[in-house]
Design a protein around this ligand. Structure first.
Ligand SMILES: Nc1ncnc2c1ncn2[C@@H]1O[C@H](COP(=O)(O)OP(=O)(O)OP(=O)(O)O)[C@@H](O)[C@H]1O
Length: 261
């Protein structure tokens, strides 16, 4: 792709009917970044992503993707998306892991074209990238939440996107496997050069993984490097989250404690 920023938002606002849920957001996502998008429940994170994906149209402001106004942007295979509800296949769902991953190629080859050997290899290679090649012929519903999540990432990777957007990808991942999961994302970012934007509620650990953090509550309250976010003090977070957030640091592990008072 070109050297333009991947996403540029310029004074973007959005309302569902009457209520403004995204207000005057200006931000830039540059190639190679791993961004964590944090904010309280209902603060507009998913809506901001829908705006970037062209699934909702901003009521004010401008959005550019890879340097092009979003209205003219056509190269959607450059953007992979793993949604919040991705890992919800029940056991018995009649699809193999390989079939689920190949479905990610539909935007590339068109709905009514057939998959060929090259597509199969591409899907297997994406499964290898996420460490799931041994499960290609397993039934998707028989996998754990964390394994399914890896498969959904593989599905988003088959079209070789430059940007991968993940909406709360650690939901449903067993806590024992969360670190492993973050390591996978780190590898995609550093070794595969994929820019990552990840919505998370994990405000304590995000800076261990992300290079940059965006903290929003309708509008952007912080956007900067992870090191700066660590200095974004407790009072700022309390103000944003509307309740007390204590960040406790034990060695390198951070834990959040919420008091609803
Ligand atoms: N389709 C919709 N129609 C009307 N209001 C909506 C719709 N989707 C979301 N909202 C409202 O917009 C606001 C922002 O929602 P959004 O899902 O973007 O927040 P979020 O930060 O992603 O929340 P969470 O962390 O809980 O997932 C909320 O008040 C929500 O109730």
């Amino acid at each position: 792709m070109n050297n333009y920023p991947i996403v540029e938002m310029d004074h973007v606002s959005f309302k569902y009917e009457k209520e403004t849920v995204v207000q005057n957001v200006s931000l830039t996502i540059d190639q190679g970044q791993f961004l964590g998008l944090v904010g309280p429940n209902g603060s507009g994170k998913s809506t901001l992503i829908k705006l970037m994906l062209g699934l909702e149209k901003q009521t004010k402001g401008k959005i550019r993707l890879f340097g092009q106004p979003i209205k003219q942007f056509k190269d959607w295979k450059e953007i992979g998306f793993v949604s919040q509800k991705a890992n919800s296949f029940n056991s018995g769902f009649p699809a193999t892991v390989l079939e689920v991953v190949k479905a990610g190629l539909v935007s590339k080859i068109g709905t009514f074209k057939f998959f060929n050997k090259k597509h199969r290899e591409k899907a297997l290679s994406a499964l290898k990238t996420v460490g799931m090649e041994g499960y290609a012929h397993s039934n998707i519903g028989d996998l754990s939440g964390g394994q399914q999540q890896r498969v959904f990432i593989a599905r988003a990777l088959v079209s070789d996107p430059s940007l991968l957007i993940l909406d709360e990808p650690t939901v449903g991942v067993d806590s024992k496997h969360v670190t492993e999961f973050y390591n996978l994302l780190g590898r995609l970012n550093k070794e595969e050069g994929i820019t990552l934007l990840m919505v998370t509620h994990d405000i304590g650990t995000i800076t261990d993984h992300a290079t940059h953090v965006i903290c929003m509550n309708k509008t952007v309250h912080f956007h900067g490097a992870s090191e700066e976010y660590d200095e974004f003090n407790e009072q700022d977070l309390n103000r944003l989250y509307g309740h007390t957030v204590q960040q406790l640091t034990h060695n390198h592990d951070h834990h959040e404690v919420y008091h609803n008072d």
